[in-house]
Design a protein around this ligand. Structure first.
Ligand SMILES: *Cc1c(COP(=O)(O)O)cnc(C)c1O
Length: 432
């Protein structure tokens, strides 16, 4: 049995442990929700303050040039590229994940329409994050295509045929943490003559990603999760250079124009990925996002994402094992994949009947104890879903091994003391 002392020893020997100093975490909090909203970097406050007081307050509109505001989408894009196996000049930061998906899925569908109009299926997983499915529905309707949803990763193979237009997959599932093999699926989709779109919302900054190595076609991802960009931070978008110049993305705003400051009446897309920018960048949010991305780049001298992945796997394996050992007899099961190569940076637990309906309240009781995870509902009638999930994200940048140990002990106490029965833990808030 692993003891707390064992975990403290692991922390003491962890070469990545000092990276935690970059984050502002309230004392007494074990933050296991960095997969939903990353923690705040220490640097962010002063940087945003500088943008406010100096760049905006003093230098006013000159800052578009003097402070480089205009370059923020490409400058931060280049930094994110280093985390996802993309090259410089291949990624821009803009808009939200939902909007960027709209852009790349439309671009992919337009390309397929031109090259292979008989292909009409956009395939995704029913368990994908809802916004991806909703955007997919809208585009399928608009272009006379079908959004086909599969109920298991294995079922994807049945759709690798000459009707497949686009395979639209979230690399790490937001609910279960299950990780797809991007290179293998991309290869299979290409063999079938289709294009791929990868949502990296739960991958960028969480697991090593190699878009170039996987020969992927398009990718999008989120700034406020593992990239620590702050609530509602802008998102990023990547198109393989072989596609970036090919079709206009549909949101042809002036900032994606080849020469925005010529103010011409006709749209002429900028070369490459810059055309995926739509309007004026949100400078304050971008400044915060850059601080977040920098916290991950700070790991580069220590081995970068590969080293973070090793730690992440050790953390998630430890959590899953301790949860089973300490809380298995209390009805806790691990529903994330136990095989390392199939798991992202989170572990989801479920409670066996009759406790399953206490799942939300158990998470609330943990939060009151300072262990912040979240609860994800689901549809009990669906084969692909465990309906009540207790979700815990392990951000290797700032979560340690003793945190894992303590979190499981808190869970043990919440269950043995039946704290979840208290009425205040059973009031559903607007955001779960
Ligand atoms: C978090 C997440 C999003 C979020 O989209 P927004 O436009 O930022 O609200 C989209 N897709 C996936 C897979 C996510 O996990």
């Amino acid at each position: 049995m692993t003891t707390r002392q064992d975990c403290q020893a692991l922390d003491a020997a962890d070469p990545l442990a000092p990276l935690r100093q970059q984050m502002l975490l309230p004392p007494g909090v074990i933050y296991l929700d960095g997969n939903s909203l990353g923690a705040m970097p220490v640097a962010t406050s002063a940087r945003v303050q500088q943008v406010l007081t100096q760049e905006w307050g003093q230098d006013l509109i000159k800052s578009w040039n003097t402070a480089g505001w205009i370059d923020l989408p490409t400058r931060i894009g280049d930094k994110i590229a280093r985390l996802i196996g993309a090259g410089p000049g291949e990624v821009v930061v803009a808009d939200s994940t939902s909007l960027n998906l709209y852009k790349v899925l439309t671009a992919a569908v337009r390309m397929i329409k031109a090259d292979a109009p008989h292909r009409t299926a956009i395939v995704s997983e029913r368990s994908n994050f809802p916004t991806d499915l909703y955007i997919g529905q809208s585009i399928a309707e608009q272009y006379g295509m079908r959004l086909v949803l599969v109920d298991s990763p294995e079922e994807i193979a049945a759709h690798l045929n000459d009707e497949l237009a686009v395979l639209m997959i979230t690399e790490v599932n937001y609910r279960t943490g299950a990780w797809h093999d991007m290179a293998a699926l991309t290869h299979a989709a290409h063999e079938a003559g289709a294009l791929t779109i990868w949502d990296l919302a739960h991958s960028a900054g969480a697991v090593p990603v190699d878009l170039t190595g996987a020969h992927a076609d398009f990718a999008i991802g989120c700034g406020y999760k593992y990239l620590n960009g702050g609530p509602g931070a802008p998102a990023f978008v990547w198109a393989h250079p072989r596609h970036a110049d090919r079709f206009w993305q549909p949101l042809s705003g002036w900032m994606g124009h080849a020469s925005p400051f010529e103010f011409t009446p006709d749209y002429r897309p900028a070369p490459g990925i810059r055309r995926y920018i739509c309007g004026t960048p949100p400078v304050l949010s971008m400044a915060a996002l850059e601080c977040g991305v920098d916290t991950l780049l700070a790991a580069e001298p220590l081995g970068g994402m590969a080293a973070l992945r090793v730690k992440s796997l050790a953390l998630t394996e430890l959590f899953a094992r301790l949860a089973e050992d300490r809380c298995g007899a209390l009805g806790v099961t691990v529903v994330s994949p136990r095989e390392a190569e199939r798991r992202g940076s989170q572990v989801c637990l479920a409670l066996k009947p009759p406790l399953e309906h206490a799942s939300y309240a158990v998470v609330q009781a943990l939060i009151e104890r300072g262990v912040i995870g979240d609860y994800r509902a689901g549809d009990a009638s669906r084969l692909d879903q465990v309906p009540h999930i207790l979700r815990f994200g392990f951000t290797p940048l700032y979560v340690g091994f003793a945190d894992v140990f303590d979190a499981v002990e808190h869970l043990h106490q919440v269950l043995t003391r039946e704290e979840w029965r208290e009425a205040r833990f059973n009031q559903k808030a607007a955001v779960t």
